[in-house]
Each structure stands twice: as structure tokens, then as C-alpha cells.
Write a protein that binds this ligand. Structure first.
Ligand code: HEC
Length: 163
């Protein structure tokens, strides 16, 4: 037979699980936002690695892997945009979760996803180029897309550093 202290510990565990399940939808949205921000930070790291390889002057086979990884990150970002994650466009706030993804993304989600796919295609084309000049020509298009997409679809708070 279960002794009372053990029994009450089990009750607490069951109650705890119920609480976690009740919060699951919010946590899932928070995790989704964390995952997409993680992919973008990964893209920034890949960009730094590409720049280092390119400035070393010769074609390096690693450029293939870096280009493919960038393409995969951009494609994965496209599936991490549920409407509940549009926090700046009125979706319920989630404690401890921030995003700079602009509401405009959800005005025309297919168009936004297309931008991601186009950028991924340039990253793949760079990756599959035969030489450094070919790589650079395509990678320049990737870099331009980073900036132009951020201009239209990312909201940066210029006063964030002062808060
Ligand atoms: C088609 C649009 C698009 C493209 C292309 C794009 N980004 Fe982003 N990026 C975003 C969005 C949207 C966010 C905001 C994500 C969020 O807060 O949920 C973001 C956020 C970021 C962030 C901040 C991540 C954080 O911690 O919040 C970095 C860094 C970044 N992008 C780097 C890059 C780099 C480097 C490239 C190009 C290789 C790139 N992005 C291409 C849309 C794009």
C-alpha cells in the first residue's frame, strides 16, 4: 500500500502535469518563436563563416555546406509562422516571449513565404556554384535579401538599449 507522503507526492505530480498541459498552447507558440529566432541567428553565424571563407580568397568546398545550411534555415523559418505568433499584430502576449516579426508578414503570408523560398534558392545556387566568383554572385543576392526583408518585415525598437 502507498504511504501517505508518497501518495501526496503523486497527487502533486498529477496536478503539475495538468497545469503544464493547460499551458501547452502558449508554450508551443513561445517555442515556435524561439525556434524561428534561433534560425535567424544561425543565418547570421553562417553569413560570418561565409564571409571568412570568401575573404580568404580561394574556393573552399565548405562553401557548399554553408550555402545548403543557409537554404535549409530559410525553408524551416517558413513553417514557423502560425497566426498566434503574430504578437505585434494583436495575438495574445506570452510572458517572457519577444518577437520583432512585423504584423505585415501575416497580411500576405504566401508572399512572405515566397521571399524566404527565393532567398533559399539563391543560397542553394551559391552553394552549387563551381567557383568562387559564381558563389559570390549568388551569395550577394542572399545578403541583399537579408537586408531588404528586414527593412519591410522586422520591427526594431530603437530605444530598446535604453530600457
Ligand atoms: C524573407 C524575410 C527574411 C529574410 C530573407 C531574412 N530574415 Fe532575418 N528576420 C526576419 C524576421 C521576420 C525576423 C524576426 C523574427 C522574430 O522575431 O520572430 C528576423 C530576425 C533576424 C535576426 C534577429 C534574431 C533574433 O534574435 O531575434 C537576425 C540576426 C537575422 N534575422 C539575420 C538574418 C540574416 C543574416 C539573413 C540572411 C542570410 C536573414 N536574416 C534573412 C526575416 C528575414
Amino acid at each position: 500500500m502507498l504511504r501517505p507522503p508518497l501518495l501526496s507526492a503523486l497527487v502533486v505530480i498529477c496536478l503539475g502535469t495538468g497545469l503544464v498541459l493547460a499551458e501547452a498552447p502558449n508554450n508551443a507558440v513561445g517555442d515556435t518563436i524561439a525556434a524561428r529566432r534561433g534560425l535567424m541567428n544561425q543565418l547570421a553565424t553562417l553569413q560570418t563563416l561565409v564571409d571568412a571563407r570568401v575573404s580568404s580568397g580561394g574556393y573552399s568546398p565548405e562553401l557548399y555546406d554553408l550555402g545548403q545550411a543557409a537554404a535549409a534555415s530559410l525553408d524551416a523559418f517558413a513553417v514557423l509562422l502560425p497566426p498566434q505568433s503574430n504578437l505585434l499584430g494583436g495575438a495574445p502576449a506570452i510572458e517572457g516571449v519577444d518577437t520583432t516579426a512585423a504584423a505585415a508578414i501575416w497580411d500576405d503570408l504566401p508572399a512572405f513565404r515566397q521571399l524566404l523560398r527565393d532567398t533559399a534558392a539563391h543560397a542553394r545556387a551559391a552553394s552549387e556554384a563551381a567557383d568562387l566568383a559564381g558563389f559570390q554572385a549568388e551569395w550577394d543576392k542572399v545578403a541583399q535579401s537579408c537586408s531588404s526583408c528586414h527593412e519591410s518585415y522586422v520591427v526594431f525598437d530603437p530605444f530598446a538599449a535604453f530600457n
